[in-house]
Design a protein around this ligand. Structure first.
Ligand SMILES: Cc1cc2nc3c(=O)[nH]c(=O)nc-3n(C[C@H](O)[C@H](O)[C@H](O)COP(=O)(O)OP(=O)(O)OC[C@H]3O[C@@H](n4cnc5c(N)ncnc54)[C@H](O)[C@@H]3O)c2cc1C
Length: 462
């Protein structure tokens, strides 16, 4: 559809509500999946996206070209039959490969079940697949080059900035799936029904590339690679073209921060000192570093996620989190499944379904926001410590000794769909029991640790 086709106020003759129509703002991962689920329920869905049509274009350079998809995301894809197609382009990562400054990298499996893996997926390919799935369903259309700039929650009237100027449209239901910097959230804030806090990290991120080496992967593609360096770190995920996307998570300012490392010689010196094994694998590293942007990271909390019984927020727009548990998109996909359930429970009455969705998801999204922040410390610092590795060995030994009764946090977050808030409560209980056992001086723990240390397993965190 061209912008002109819905120019004007977009209301139908007579101005009455058009039941069955939903406007989804943002054709990212959440918006496209949401459109699939809504189309299955019989809704007419229009996806409004500010970017040009991404299909067939190369991914945006320097902006997270891959992500780790795990059980929660896969569960959502399975429900609409897209898991097979998406997984065909995925690379399983069964654990972390931890790279010390000097010495040999060490592998730490994620699970005691050897076949369990998180999956490195091309973000662009995933978005394309979801967009194609959405627009291939009857009743779904996507409109590109439309940036939402205005919204009247009372009437559902939206204003978009387009190449051809300002355009208005309206819908009985408007859902904001427009990401961490959501314009829909901004409009609800201005409308007075929403309050928000945005906690930005002192760390930003920047992407680099390790190209294929002699046509093959330069590192083991079966692992997520981590270079923990105390207050900062680098990670690398494999891509289907045999390259790796590296992401630096460094302080924005101060020593070793992005702002202080802005000259080619200083950048090269820093990498030679801190990441010596990476330099020979990434010939364009310094150029990449100087060219690619620094992204910000933060946690968005807001309430309410809905207004006037017809406007709602979903995915990062409602609850963006830091990426250190690899759960942002997985959590957003779980949102879509839960909203679908709420529509079932409310008989498709949006005024009932939207508050129910917020009530059911709030504790879970807060739980993963906290776990993601805590995991940053674990990834950038603790994974390198022998004490941490021993602790993980004990944990995996306990999982094997008490199958189903003791399950690690990583296992529950990444390889189950147990609600995040329940995961937090359960892990806290498990730790209390362990602390009690340790306090009583039980020999069981020591025996398990010795046995596990001989087996040499460990690992948790993305
Ligand atoms: C460095 C990094 C690594 C990550 N790694 C992982 C990972 O491994 N696993 C994982 O699960 N998650 C990961 N995430 C999180 C994940 O990227 C997000 O949770 C996910 O993209 C959220 O999807 P979304 O559709 O809600 O938002 P977005 O992906 O931000 O999509 C929003 C869409 O809305 C559009 N839009 C924005 N504003 C407007 C407007 N005004 N009008 C119209 N359209 C608009 C945007 O163009 C975009 O298409 C990572 C994030 C970062 C930053």
């Amino acid at each position: 559809m061209t912008p002109r086709e819905h120019a004007g106020n977009g209301l139908p003759p007579g101005g009455g509500p058009r039941m069955g129509e939903v406007a989804v703002v943002g054709a990212g991962l959440t918006g496209c999946l949401l459109a699939c689920f809504l189309a299955r329920r019989g809704y007419q869905v229009t996806l409004y996206e500010r970017r040009p049509d991404p299909r067939g274009r190369p991914p945006e350079r320097g902006r997270s070209i891959n992500l780790a998809l795990s059980e929660r995301g896969l569960d959502a894809l399975r429900r609409i039959g897209l898991d097979g197609q998406v997984m065909a382009g995925a690379l399983p990562m069964r654990g972390r490969m931890v790279h010390p400054v000097r010495g040999t990298p060490g592998f730490q499996p994620y699970s005691t079940h050897g076949d369990r893996a998180i999956n490195s997926i091309g973000r662009g390919a995933l978005n394309d697949a979801l967009l194609a799935a959405a627009t291939g369903r009857p009743g779904v259309r996507a409109v590109f080059g439309h940036r939402l700039t205005g919204l009247d929650p009372a009437s559902g009237t939206m204003t978009f900035q387009t190449e051809d100027g300002e355009v208005k449209a309206s819908a009985p239901v408007v859902l904001g799936a427009d990401g961490a910097g959501s314009a829909v959230r901004g409009r609800l804030l201005a409308y007075g029904t929403l309050t928000e806090t945005v906690d930005l990290l002192d760390h930003g991120y920047k992407e680099l590339t390790i190209p294929p080496h002699d046509g093959d992967f330069a590192l083991d593609p079966g692992a997520l690679h981590i270079w923990p360096r105390g207050t900062s770190m680098m990670i690398a995920l494999p891509n289907p073209d045999r390259s790796f996307t590296c992401t630096l998570f460094w302080p924005a300012d101060g020593p070793g921060g992005f702002a202080s490392l802005d000259a080619p010689e200083a950048v090269e010196r820093h990498f030679r000192a801190e990441y010596p094994d990476v330099m020979p694998l990434a010939p364009g590293l310094v150029e990449d570093y100087l060219r690619n942007p620094v992204g910000t990271l933060g946690t968005v909390r807001c309430a309410s996620w809905h207004a006037e019984g017809r406007v709602g927020l979903i995915g990062d727009a409602a609850h963006a989190i830091v990426p250190f548990y690899g759960q942002g998109a997985n959590c957003a996909f779980e949102d879509v499944v839960e909203l679908d359930r709420c529509l079932d429970a409310a008989g498709d009455d949006w005024a009932e379904a939207l508050p129910l969705f917020e009530a059911r998801r709030r504790d879970d999204t807060e739980a993963i926001a906290r776990m993601a922040l805590a995991n940053f410390v674990e990834m950038r610092d603790k994974v390198a410590s022998p004490v941490f590795r021993l602790g993980k060995s004990v944990e995996h030994a306990l999982e094997r000794a008490l199958p189903g009764r003791y399950v690690s946090r990583y296992e529950l977050v990444s390889f189950s769909t147990m609600p995040y808030a329940r995961v937090r409560r359960r892990v806290r209980r498990q730790h209390q029991v362990l602390a009690a056992l340790a306090g009583a001086g039980t020999l069981v723990l020591g025996a398990l640790a010795v046995r596990a240390a001989r087996g040499g397993t460990g690992g948790r965190g993305t």
